[in-house]
Design a protein around this ligand. Structure first.
Ligand code: SF4
Length: 376
């Protein structure tokens, strides 16, 4: 039969069951003719030859159906993510979560956009979905670091195997191990120029494990959130102590570890179901459903530290030295120490300023010279 409409025979078979996909409706009637509908027009009583000619005039709808039919996986996170990548409407989103990037495009405008490439951001990843030239609707996906958005492909290190993402995400740009995969410290300078849909989802999963699956669950209103208290109470062994962390310390912990500047997951867990934490959960597209192992390990340290009694110390500092202590703590907490130039002695966290303060105010054991006072 006709090859001017690729897979025409498959389409006729599908019409028997009825096609209703992305605004493209095709049905075979009891009389053996076809009814064809798009948002712009509806035609009925079409014989096969007429149907073929009608389909030739709407190639985008036909190839769109064919591509997604081949992708398959109805209802899966993989399919939903790939559709999100090209701004296709997503099925099954709850009203609450439709706002998460649902700036969708219908088929004709989506195909125009795919010619140039539809760009999406996923944490520090930049995904571009494109139509393969002469590929009858097939898509390819480019994956690179957001910071490399404007760089020519040739300047970047090329990768084909999605498993390479594992190694790329292990160390940051300074060669330091990244214990938290979703920390905003992913190194740049690489590109996966032509991934298939399956390869793209695999690569994203290596960079940011489980983020696609959790995003998908959330969209369907099925995200299973484990709050702090239940997570802490079920710990055993050396982590058994973390449920002793005071309530307010859990706020400080979330502020220290989970805000956007430290982690790209959007924290959805709270202290308890009815007790929200003070810091904002963040704005990232993918949710965090439970305290991660990094937070649990850090919580153990804080639980031990918080078990100490507070004491009062008296120490002598000039006002500038007191301010300098605050500047030092800020610089370390914000990961800024590497950026402070040695010549910039105006910055309290400058290395020479810190060494001077240590020489002046610390004793030979390395402790701050201070007198402990009894508390009233
Ligand atoms: S618990 Fe906090 S730091 Fe860990 S993944 Fe979730 S949001 Fe990120």
């Amino acid at each position: 039969m006709a090859d001017s409409v690729p897979d025409f025979d498959a389409l006729l078979v599908a019409a028997g069951e009825g096609v209703d996909f992305d605004g493209f409706v095709l049905e075979r009637t009891d009389g053996g003719t076809y009814a064809l509908e798009t948002p712009e027009a509806r035609e009925t009583g079409l014989e096969e030859g007429e149907l073929e000619r009608a389909l030739e005039s709407i190639p985008a709808f036909v190839s769109n159906w064919r591509y997604w039919d081949a992708i398959g996986g109805e209802g899966t996170a993989r399919r939903a993510f790939l559709r999100w990548c090209e701004r296709a409407p997503l099925a099954g989103a709850t009203a609450e979560h439709r706002t998460l990037g649902d700036d969708t495009l219908e088929v004709p405008e989506r195909y125009d956009a795919l010619e140039d490439g539809v760009v999406r951001e996923w944490g520090q990843l930049r995904v571009t979905a494109e139509l393969v030239k002469g590929g009858e609707g097939e898509r390819r996906y480019e994956l690179r670091h957001l910071d490399d958005a404007d760089r020519a492909r040739e300047e970047l290190e090329h990768h084909e195997d999605p498993r390479d993402a594992r190694e790329l995400s292990t160390y940051d740009g300074k060669g330091r191990y990244r214990p938290l995969k979703t920390a905003p410290t992913l190194r740049s300078g690489w590109v996966f120029p032509e991934l298939t849909g399956r390869e793209l989802v695999d690569a994203v999963d290596f960079f940011y494990p489980a983020t696609v699956a959790n995003w998908h669950c959330e969209r369907r209103g099925e995200l299973d959130v484990d709050h702090w208290l239940e997570t802490a109470e079920r710990q055993t062994g050396i982590y058994d102590v973390i449920d002793e962390l005071p309530r307010e310390a859990v706020d400080w912990m979330a502020e220290a570890c989970c805000v956007d500047s430290q982690c790209l997951r959007r924290r959805e867990w709270e202290y308890d179901e009815d007790d929200e934490l003070e810091p904002e959960g963040g704005d990232g597209p993918f949710p965090c459903r439970e305290p991660c192992s990094l937070v649990v390990a850090a919580a153990r340290k804080w639980a031990i530290l918080e078990s100490e009694d507070e004491r009062t110390y008296e120490l002598e500092l000039t006002p500038s030295e007191r301010n300098q202590l605050a500047e030092l703590i800020d610089a370390v907490a914000d990961g800024r120490t590497d950026e402070i130039r040695e010549a910039d002695v105006n910055d309290g966290a400058n290395r020479y300023r810190a060494r001077y303060l240590r020489a002046k105010r610390f004793d030979e054991d390395g402790g701050l010279k201070a007198t402990e006072r009894e508390r009233n």
